[in-house]
Design a protein around this ligand. Structure first.
Ligand SMILES: [Zn+2]
Length: 352
C-alpha cells in the first residue's frame, strides 16, 4: 500500500468512515469521480470465531458482514464476473464505471453459503480452489499445521526436517509462534521437504493424514458451478511457487487447471498465486507459466486496484475489511492513493 493510503487508513477514525457511509459521502464520490479501475475483492473464509481453527481471523469475514457487503455492492456497483473484467484488461477495452469483481482463495467449505448469497443477488464470484486440497483430497496444509500443533500435548515439539529445531508449546502465544514458524518453513522449502515436515508433525501428534473436512467437497463445488459461479485455480497443493522450483511450479499451475476442468467439466480461466505475504510468492517466470497453462488472467495478493494498464497475469486485489464502511472506504477513498502496477505483457498473448 502506498504511504499516503497507509496514512489515511491509520488516521481516519472508524466513526468517520461510518459517517461517510451514512451521510452519502461515498455515493457522492462514486457519482462525481466514478472509478475506471476494477476492484477485485479478495475474500477467503466466511465464518465467525468457529472458523479460526482452520483460517486465521485476519482472513475471515462473518456471514452477516458478507451478506451486508453483497447487498451494498450489488445495488451500488457494477459487479462483473472476473473473466469479463480480464477480457477488458487484455483488450484494453474501457471497464464499466465503478466495476467490482468478487474472488475467494483456497476453497473453504463455508464458501458454498457465500456462493448462495451471491446467486441470490444475481452475482458471480470466482472461487480459486486448491485442486488437490479439497475435503475429499489431500489435507490442506495451512489448516493441517494448525490442527496438528494444537493437538500436541507440549510443552515443546522438536522437528528434524529441514533441520533440528525445538519449538515451545507452553503458552497459546508459543503455539501461535510455532504455527507461524512451521508455516514459514513449509513456504520456504521445496514440496518434498514441506511434505516430509508435515509427515513428521503427523507422527509427533499421532494423527493420520486425514483430509481437511473444513474444505469444500467436489459435490459442493459442483453445486457452486450449478449456481453459476466461476471456478479458478490456486495450484494443486497450495505450494509456494518460487520455492517449489520451475518443474514443480509448472506441475502445480498446469495440473490444477487440468484437474478442475476434468472433474467439473467447466472452463477454468483464472488463477491466483498462493501464499501472499512477506515471502516472495509470484515472479515474472510464474506469470508466463500461468499464461502457458491456458489461464487468461492471474491475481496476486498485492493490495490495490487493477486497471487497463495492469499486467493480466499480476492483477492487484483489494483486501477485505470486516466492516462495510471500511470496505467502501477502501473502494472510494484509497483508490485515489494507489498507483496501478505497470503492464508487462502485451494484450492478446497466447492462451488455449
Ligand atoms: Zn491461498
Amino acid at each position: 500500500m502506498s504511504t499516503l493510503a497507509t496514512r489515511v487508513r491509520r488516521h481516519l477514525a472508524p466513526a468517520a468512515k461510518t459517517l461517510l457511509l451514512r451521510c452519502g459521502g461515498y455515493r457522492a464520490i462514486r457519482t462525481i469521480a466514478p472509478s475506471r479501475q476494477i476492484a477485485i475483492l479478495r475474500y477467503h473464509a466466511v465464518c465467525g470465531p468457529e472458523g479460526y481453527a482452520y483460517a486465521e481471523p485476519g482472513i475471515c469475514v462473518t456471514p452477516e458482514s458478507f451478506e451486508a457487503h453483497v447487498a451494498y455492492l450489488s445495488s451500488r456497483y457494477r459487479v462483473i464476473p472476473l473473466p469479463e473484467a480480464v477480457d477488458h484488461i487484455r483488450n484494453r477495452r474501457a471497464l464499466p464505471a465503478n466495476a467490482v469483481a468478487i474472488t475467494f482463495d483456497d476453497g473453504y467449505a463455508d464458501n458454498l453459503d457465500a456462493a448462495r448469497v451471491l446467486h441470490r443477488h444475481g452475482l458471480v464470484g470466482t472461487f480459486y480452489l486448491t485442486a488437490d486440497g479439497l475435503a475429499d483430497g489431500q489435507p490442506f496444509w495451512p489448516t493441517e499445521i494448525k490442527t496438528l500443533v494444537n493437538a500436541m500435548p507440549g510443552p515443546s515439539l522438536t522437528i528434524t526436517v529441514p533441520e533440528r529445531h525445538t519449538l515451545s508449546l507452553a503458552t497459546d502465544e508459543d503455539r501461535h509462534r510455532a504455527i507461524r514458524t512451521l508455516t514459514k518453513l513449509c513456504k520456504g522449502n521445496r514440496i518434498p521437504v514441506r511434505d516430509a515436515l508435515r509427515a513428521e508433525l503427523r507422527a509427533l501428534a499421532a494423527m493420520p493424514a486425514a483430509p481437511t473436512a473444513t474444505m469444500l467437497t467436489w459435490d459442493q463445488v459442483r453445486e457452486m458451478v450449478r449456481l453459476g459461479m466461476d471456478i479458478g485455480g490456486h495450484t494443486l497443493t497450495h505450494a509456494n511457487l518460487p520455492s517449489a522450483g520451475p518443474e514443480d511450479a509448472w506441475r502445480e499451475i498446469d495440473g490444477c487447471r487440468k484437474v478442475l476442468r476434468e472433474r467439473l467439466g467447466v472452463e477454468v480461466t483464472q488463477f491466483s498465486y498462493p501464499n501472499g505475504g512477506a515471502e516472495r510468492y509470484h515472479t515474472e517466470e510464474l506469470h508466463r507459466m500461468a499464461e502457458r497453462a491456458g489461464f487468461t488472467g492471474a491475481a496476486t495478493s498485492s493490495n490495490g486496484f487493477a486497471s487497463l494498464s495492469s499486467d493480466p497475469y499480476a492483477m492487484e486485489r483489494v483486501e477485505i475489511e470486516e466492516r462495510l464502511e471500511d470496505l467502501v472506504f477502501a473502494l472510494e477513498v484509497e483508490r485515489f492513493a494507489f498507483r496501478p502496477a505497470p503492464r508487462v505483457t502485451s494484450p492478446g498473448a497466447v492462451t488455449s
